[in-house]
Design a binder for this molecule. Structure first.
Ligand SMILES: Nc1ncnc2c1ncn2[C@@H]1O[C@H](COP(=O)(O)OP(=O)(O)O)[C@@H](O)[C@H]1O
Ligand SMILES: [Mg+2]
Length: 262
């Protein structure tokens, strides 16, 4: 059976086998050069197509997730952060906690890599096939409060309840407005035992009553969050400042030039 190039690429287009279509000649050449059997050649082509489809899906899901930057575990320097157990993080990157709808809290002072790890774990969840949305706590609360005023709260809660993993970054940097704790509670209960939450905070859980501005609602929120949860507490110095210090932009505390005898 002889089929001209155009007909064949037309069929591949209809079948949405675009990776095979776009590299048809080079893939066929390679299959011939490697003297693949028909079965091996089919597997070789299918593998390329699946790889391209995965790449596309991950790229699209990454856009939908709205990560503020690109961060991966490969870029995380575990040696610089001894309070983080690399095995625990790699285990979390396998995403079983996401599959089970559990919560993850990343706690620690500014600059220690909470957002970095949150994004990296979010990207791992996307690669594992889960939908992810990243939002900062102030943006989330503002969006819920606005929707509440406009009578569209249900719709907004639905939006934030939908992704399998919702990452809420920077809880505690700003105190909640009155009423915000209650909106946040509604979201947490809506997602409870259905979708996973990843929260980062610079405040220990014991201070969340103050963060939410309402100890009763804070207890109700924590009750749900901590029920099936993993907690990673990061200690130590800010990585940002450490880098600056290394570059000589910041001096470690010590004698200043003025103290140096001439
Ligand atoms: N252990 C680390 N290895 C590599 N980069 C790090 C590490 N910790 C922090 N960073 C980088 O330092 C910057 C600040 O980290 P970030 O995750 O934003 O801190 P946090 O969210 O805890 O305030 C980011 O650019 C991040 O990628
Ligand atoms: Mg951060």
């Amino acid at each position: 059976m002889t089929v001209d190039h155009e007909t064949l690429t037309g069929w591949l287009t209809r079948l949405e086998l675009t990776a095979i279509r776009d590299q048809l000649d080079s893939l066929l050449d390679e299959a011939a050069r490697r003297e693949l059997t028909l079965r091996e050649a089919l597997a070789f082509l299918a593998e390329r197509e699946v790889a391209r489809k995965d790449e596309r899906r991950i790229e699209m899901a990454g856009k939908i997730a709205h990560f503020p930057t690109v961060r991966d575990l490969d870029g995380f320097d575990f040696a610089a952060q001894p309070s983080v157990d690399p095995r625990q993080i790699r285990e979390l990157a396998a995403c079983r906690w996401v599959a089970h709808g559990e919560a993850l809290l990343l706690l620690g002072p500014p600059g220690v890599g909470k957002t970095h790890l949150a994004i990296a774990l979010g990207r791992a969840a996307i690669r594992a096939g889960y939908s992810v949305l990243f939002v900062t706590a102030p943006a989330l609360v503002a969006a819920l409060a606005k929707a509440h005023v406009e009578g569209r709260l249900e719709e907004r809660l639905g939006f934030y309840a939908k992704p399998k993993l919702l990452i809420i970054d920077e809880l505690g940097y700003l105190p909640f407005e009155p009423n915000a704790a209650h909106l946040f509670f509604q979201l947490v209960s809506r997602r409870y035992e259905r979708g996973s939450l990843l929260l980062t905070s610079n405040r220990p859980v014991g201070e969340w009553g103050t963060v939410f501005g309402d100890p009763v609602v804070a207890t109700a929120i924590l009750d749900r969050l901590l029920h099936h949860s993993h907690v990673v507490t990061i200690r130590g110095d800010s990585y940002r400042l450490r880098e600056k210090r290394r570059a000589g932009l910041l001096q470690k505390a010590g004698p200043s030039l003025a103290d140096t005898p001439v």
